[in-house]
Design a protein around this ligand. Sequence first.
Ligand code: ATP
Length: 439
Amino acid sequence: MATETMSEEEFRQDLVNNNLAEYIMDEYSKARKRLGTLLTSDLFRQMRLETKPFVQLFRALSGEIPVLYFTYHALKDPAAHTMSSLAILRQQSNTLTTSVNTSFSTFSFMMRTLDDIKNLYEVRPLILIDGTTEYKPQEDGPGMDLELTYVVICGIPKRIPILSVCRDVSFEYPGMKSGALHDINLHIRAGQLVVIVGENGSGKSTLIKLLSRMYDASEGTVLIDGLPIEEYRLSDLRDAMALLNQEHSIYPVSMSENIGLGYVACVTDTEMIRVAAEKGGATEVLEGLEDGLDTVLEPVRTARSFGLELPRHQILEDILDELEVQRDVSGGEKQRLVAARTFMRLHSPKIKLVAVDEPSSALDPRGELELFSRLRAERGGKTMIFVTHRFGHLTRHADLIVCMKNGTIVESGRHEELLALDGEYATLYNIQAQAFAPA
Ligand SMILES: Nc1ncnc2c1ncn2[C@@H]1O[C@H](COP(=O)(O)OP(=O)(O)OP(=O)(O)O)[C@@H](O)[C@H]1O
């Protein structure tokens, strides 16, 4: 049930980021096999199944109604009814049963189709078409080179953008009146440490989503190591990226798996998981949990009670409470656990891009400083992109700072260069710096 739950919308982003779909499907089918024919749907759904026989009964009887009617009259007046008329009636009844059954299934099929069409229209602009080119950079080679640009390819095989005209990239979310990004032209070189700053809603997260191919640009594209991002196999790209964002999903499985799933190939390597927990600043959180790495923080509830209201039922209620205890940790502690999952992911030699989108909103100042320092320490040759509202720890180390406003890049360069410009970056920086200036 935990793996089934993990296929739900709330975990989508994490499953995509960590390329977990195949693993979850495998685990689910193994568990399903172990369960055999045991029903796993919840009690109330099983009870609802019991109400269906009325419909089935009606469908089964509908063809018999004419025969019953005939029998009633034949009994009253046998001379007026022949065997052949009964045979014809029987045949017609069968036809009627088939028609009733067909119209029931046609109706439910039609409803399902309408639902599918509705879903299709809702998500259509967000559908990603998988590419066919393998993305397999050298494991000890440089990080990912990313360029947001508009490529026009003239009469040359699409894979090789030899003749390219650079214009700008834009993106709009479905149903949004104005675009989230416009006039974007940006080159992030392999191995650079890039920091994206800007006020709320300026498009920072959307930019990361385009760079990591969560969405495709409405106009233009992202070139990865020189090739349009759409050309590459999505699973290869996901394997080469470690993404950490603001949402922190804790999966309904043990803490050990929660961290281990950052790098599926080593999901049972407890030593590696402990190291990742340490780097994510989660060791103390785990020590505070009764069952440590085996703790399931938010288990899927499978035990249920019904009608246990009397005082003498209390003992059963107590047992029920102990079966699946929901434990809570603070927002900051959750962020540390999720950060540990990212450090686990960084054990994979395939990672070429690390994109971190404001993961420290609930962290205390020391937690934030440690998180950023440890992430930087993992840099190697990897390309690293951070989105942040806090300037202190990161911007001074950045090779490139990208400052955004109203969906576009207004300034880019290094810290000192941008301060000298005395524009948007300097304004945002000074607001924070002033708080510490002498009165
Ligand atoms: N899923 C979505 N559907 C529709 N509009 C969206 C969606 N996500 C973001 N937007 C809109 O796109 C614009 C850019 O949002 P984005 O999240 O990229 O900004 P941001 O700079 O990361 O903001 P913040 O600092 O608050 O995290 C905003 O106007 C936002 O309301």
